[in-house]
Design a protein around this ligand. Sequence first.
Ligand code: Q46
Ligand code: ZN
Length: 306
Amino acid sequence: MKCIRCKQKAKILLKRHNAAFCDNCFLYYYRNQVSKNIKRHRMFDKKDRILVVISGGKDSMALWDVLIKEGYDVVAMYINLGIGEYSNRSQEVVEKFASVHNLPLIVKDIKKEYGLDIYKLSKTLKRSPCSICGSIKRYLFNKVAYDGGFSAVATGHNLDDEAATLLGNVLSWEEGYLARQAPVLPQTHPKLIKKVKPLYTLTERENLYYVLLNKIEFLHEECPHSVGARSILYKEVLNRLEEKSPGTKQRFINSFLEKGRKHFQDVAEKLELRECKTCGQVTTTEECSFCRFVRICNQQEKQQDV
Ligand code: Q46
Ligand code: ZN
């Protein structure tokens, strides 16, 4: 198997592109994909300040590294979500990378800073830890970006994530989510910062190969709450399809973006946005869920003190 670019011995085969690369040419391909995605969807340019959300996993670590190497002005943000040892270990990985490479990093700790506890909230509100966690993360991504004057928030969502999310949303025709599934969510309110996914055409395997080639440390374990998640089942199903018919995931995403998504736009436009009475961030209700969570945790704390 020969590299399609330099004809040296290839190290990785990408069936969906009908291409094989040696290590150097793979890195060229990878960086080229990222920079094409950023330009094609006008995600940001070299004048913008970007907030990159880092979990410590391979995808976000790859994103952080590649954006720096491509010369973008990035600041990383890590959120400690209080998920036991998993959170502590991931924070260590992220802090080490920032300190070794002398990179700016914002660390938010939801327990220390806001008194939030996703387990208590999950019990009180009878919602899964993931749904609480997801609301908290979305809120902080936007708030930190808005307060810090950033132009965009970048996340490490990859092709496998995007295809699995799309499959889940299509299976139950989640119109609102379908309207918002895109590599770029533009600014629809002065206080809502643009969200971008520069790795949406790259697979988990390619991100893993990128971090291994660059000797980037990352947290190998997944969040304990991802075990048994439906998204993992969707990924398995899509992997089987991809095995039989390479390119399925990419076609699924691309054809949705080209032909499907536009049919859901009126759902997105119908959402009435307002500002939270407590914090002023954008929400669809009187008070945003983050402020409600803080209130609930503070009340529980006070009751325990009495
Ligand atoms: S939502 Fe759920 Fe993730 Fe939060 S609790 Fe873990 S698995 S980290 S992407
Ligand atoms: Zn609020």
